[in-house]
Design a protein around this ligand. Sequence first.
Ligand SMILES: Nc1nc2c([nH]c(=O)n2[C@H]2C[C@H](O)[C@@H](COP(=O)(O)OP(=O)(O)OP(=O)(O)O)O2)c(=O)[nH]1
Ligand SMILES: [Mg+2]
Length: 320
Amino acid sequence: MVKRRVHVAAAAIISSDGDKALIARRPSNVDHGGLWEFPGGKLAPYETGLEGLKRELHEELGVEIKRAQPLIRIHHEYSDKHILLDVWQVHEFSGEPFGREGQAVRWVPLDELVNYPFPAANLPILQAVMLPTEYLITADEEEDEDRFDACLTRALVEDEVRLVQLRAKSLDEAAYLARAERALALCREHGARLLLNGDPSVLEQVDADGIHLTSERLMALDRRPISETKWMAASTHDRKQLAQASRIGCDFVTLSPLRTTPSHPEVAPMGWHDFQQLVELAAMPVFALGGMTRHDANHARAVGAQGIASIRDFWKAPDA
Ligand SMILES: Nc1nc2c([nH]c(=O)n2[C@H]2C[C@H](O)[C@@H](COP(=O)(O)OP(=O)(O)OP(=O)(O)O)O2)c(=O)[nH]1
Ligand SMILES: [Mg+2]
C-alpha cells in the first residue's frame, strides 16, 4: 500500500508575555481524537504553509495571524499516512481565540505542555517551543574565573541568553565542577538553563539541567544515558550523527560547521544549502553552529533551524 502523504500546517501560538502556548483538544470522533494539538490542519491544493495556517486559524479559532515565523518541520510515519507537520510560531495575532468548532482551547505554561497527551509526532514540537533561538557555548580558553563569571553574567543580562552549554575541556575535574556550580547559580539567577559538556555521570555531581554530548560520546552510546527529566543535546556534523541523535532520544542538537571558524580552520564548512537538507531530515530541533552570530538567527529559522549556537558572539567582557 502506498501511504497517503499529508501536509499539515500548525501553530504554536505564544502569549504576549512569552510564557504560555495555546493548545486545542481534537474532537473524539476524528483520528487522534481526544488528544491535544497545536491548532491547524491540512493544506488545500496550491496553498503554502503560511496561507493554509492563516485559513485554518481563522476557521478553527477566529484569529488573524499578524506575525509568524517557521518553528520546526517534522516528517512522521503514522501507520496509515506520512505526515509533514509544518509548525509556525505565532508571535502576534488579532481576535480573541475560541473553539469555533466546539473544541476545548486552553493557554498552557510552556513547561506544563509535557503533561498533556499529544499525537506521537508532536514530541519535537514541544521541545522546539520550550527552547530559545540562541544557544551560548562558553569559551574553552577562559582561564580566569572572575572573568568567566563576568562574561557569563553579561550574556545573561545584556543578551538575555536563556540556554547555556558549559564547555571547558582544558580544566581538570575539580576545576570543572567548581566552575559548573558557579555557572549553574548564575543561570538559575537569570532564569537560564545550563547543560554540561562532559560525561553524563557529571550530572550526579552537579544538578544542572542536562548534558551536551560530544559527537564522539554520542556515537559510542546505544541508549539514552540519563533520565527524561534532564535535557540531552549533542554535537553533530553529518547525517549519520543526526540519525544516532534521534535514535538515542536527544532533545536537540547542534549541526556544524556552517561556516569556517578560527577554532576549526581545517574543516570544510557545509554552508546553508547542505545545512537545510540535513535539518529537513532531523527529527528534533537543530541549532546552526560555526561562525554564527545573532544576526544569522532569522536566516537559520527560515531554513528550518531552531536558531544559532555561538561562543564568540556572546562571549565578551562587560566593558569590551
Ligand atoms: N492540527 C494538528 N494536527 C496534528 C498535530 N499533530 C498531529 O499528529 N496532527 C495530525 C492529526 C491529523 O492526522 C492531521 C491534521 O489534520 P486535521 O484533522 O487537523 O485537519 P483539518 O483541520 O484540515 O481537518 P479536516 O478539515 O480534515 O476535518 O495531522 C498537531 O499538533 N496539530
Ligand atoms: Mg485541524
